[in-house]
Design a binder for this molecule. Structure first.
Ligand code: ADP
Ligand code: GLC
Length: 471
């Protein structure tokens, strides 16, 4: 089976959140799950990707494959460069410096054109990239969704047998642009209607993909149910109720998150012998310049700072931490008001709070492995990966029971609360801290249950392969 993934992110080359992790690991999981699976990924060659490749001393092979794409008054040339990796999925970088050689993956005024370019170019050369027509084109989020729609419309003659999958990683981002982009999108005006690519007289790239992909999936069974309701549907719930949705839970890269051997973390431990985790905590405490106190648990946060993640609820609890008692270590970047709230908290509550406003992968490992419990009070969470990283490392998650958090954290592995309010979060933190202090045996049992769970991609990869085959 030939499977081509198309995405705006793929770790470690380009990552702003979990999408990058998933696309960095799922293709390899598919290859491992079954013999005869040929799998490749396409992503743009951003400036950050060039830097990441240079840092590792890796060079790309020029495939000679070129796509010239009409974007209205200009024609953009995309060259495809290849990274070969032994036993792993091939990674193709779509190079067009005018579009992608800039600081930052997103947030440019021409993001619509940049990702229309990625989709049109890649659909045009998919057959050449894979050495034959792909059986499956698997697209991720709005940046790639248009490619699924094109295969069903203007590119059908080119790819007559290719089936398409669109995975929704986060319905909050829909790729909505001026309808002036319709003529360059490759979709005809006949698709610019409520049942397809139109969103209130604008072009919605995500809607086009949802309408036209052969299968639409999302990253947990609970989120698949939630987004069919007005509360979670981001104005697309009615549209989604008319489509079948597959909820396939993400896995994690258990090589990257491995308590026995993590280059960013001190100590080595397993479910049978947890003692090494104390070294990871001591190391985190020394980074924080705090005394290592075993009687006061450390709560961690590693997160994008957006309203999705519910971090305002944590900020509101800062004055109560000392009495709970608990200490808080925060690593994140995002909305300035949330960054400021945690900077202020760290300044005024030095005994209780540390905040690092940065995107720092080594530090994310130190925090997740070294803290006792990880906080995820997300208002909604399509899947969430950090709670699984935490459980893999013997750190107990405290979560709002929504989306993938509800599907991964039960009472044998963590603490959850039903209402995303300050009181709800406080209640769950109290439960956790009391268990940590008064029932260490139960705490240890939860750590062991978490660590003995298989969080790897093996199960999800089998589910995706079954879906591909059914198409
Ligand atoms: P989302 O994709 O909504 O941000 P996920 O839990 O799926 O949420 O994935 C988040 C990913 O981004 C994880 O790999 C997490 O470790 C990483 N991450 C988030 N914030 C930071 C940060 N400040 N520094 C390093 N890694 C981060
Ligand atoms: C999105 C979601 C997150 C999910 C990730 C990977 O960014 O916010 O919940 O884990 O995609 O699927």
């Amino acid at each position: 089976m030939r499977i081509l993934h198309l995405s705006s992110e793929c770790a470690p080359w380009a990552k702003s959140g979990g999408l990058g992790d998933v696309v960095g690991a799922l293709p390899d999981g598919l290859i491992r799950a079954e013999e005869g699976v040929q799998c490749a990924v396409v992503l743009p060659l951003y400036r950050a990707a060039k830097e990441a490749l240079n840092k590792r001393g890796l060079s790309l092979v020029d495939t000679g494959i070129i796509a010239d794409v009409n974007l209205g008054n200009v024609t953009a040339r995309v060259r495809y460069l290849r990274l070969d990796r032994e036993g792993k999925a091939t990674v193709f970088f779509a190079a067009c410096d005018a579009a992608y050689d800039r600081d930052g993956i997103y947030g440019h005024s021409d993001d619509g054109e940049r990702f229309i370019l990625l989709c049109k170019a890649t659909v045009g050369v998919a057959k050449q990239l894979m050495g034959g027509e792909p059986d499956i084109l698997h697209t991720h989020d709005w940046h790639a969704a248009l490619a699924a729609a094109l295969v069903q419309t203007s590119a059908r003659a080119l790819l007559p047998n290719t089936k398409t999958v669109l995975t929704l990683h986060n319905l909050a981002y829909q790729g909505i642009f001026s309808k002036q982009l319709v003529p360059i999108s490759g979709l005809g005006w006949e698709h610019f209607n409520m049942e397809c690519a139109e969103w209130h007289d604008h072009l919605s790239l995500l809607k086009a993909g949802i309408a036209l992909a052969d299968a639409v999936t999302t990253v947990s069974p609970t989120y698949a149910r939630e987004i069919r309701t007005p509360k979670f549907g981001a104005n697309l719930d009615g549209f989604l109720r008319r489509r079948r949705l597959y909820g396939i839970l993400n896995g994690i890269d258990t090589e990257e998150w491995n308590p026995v051997n993590d280059p960013h973390v001190q100590g080595s431990w397993s479910a049978d012998d947890l003692s090494g985790k104390d070294e990871a905590r001591a190391d985190l405490m020394s980074v924080c310049q705090w005394p290592d106190r075993k009687d006061v648990p450390t709560l961690g946060i590693v997160s994008r700072m957006t309203s999705q993640k519910g971090l305002d609820l944590v900020a509101a609890l800062v004055p109560e931490l000392h009495a709970i008692p608990a200490r808080l270590v925060v690593l994140g970047t995002g909305q300035p008001e949330l960054e400021d709230a945690f900077k202020r908290a760290a300044r005024y509550h030095q005994q209780d709070v540390r905040a690092q406003i940065a995107f720092d992968v080594p530090m994310s490992h130190k925090v997740i492995a070294g803290c006792d419990a990880l906080l995820l009070p997300s208002r909604f969470e399509p899947c969430g990966l950090t709670q699984m990283y935490a459980m893999q490392m013997g750190t107990i998650p405290i979560v709002h029971a929504t989306g993938g958090l509800a599907d991964t954290v039960d009472s044998s592995r963590g603490f959850s609360f039903d209402h995303p309010t300050v009181q709800g979060l406080r209640w769950a933190i109290d439960q956790a801290v009391q268990t940590y202090r008064r029932a260490p045996e139960r705490w240890r049992a939860m750590q062991q249950t978490s660590m003995r769970t298989d969080w790897s991609w093996a199960r999800s990869a089998r589910e995706y392969l079954a879906l591909y085959r059914s198409l």
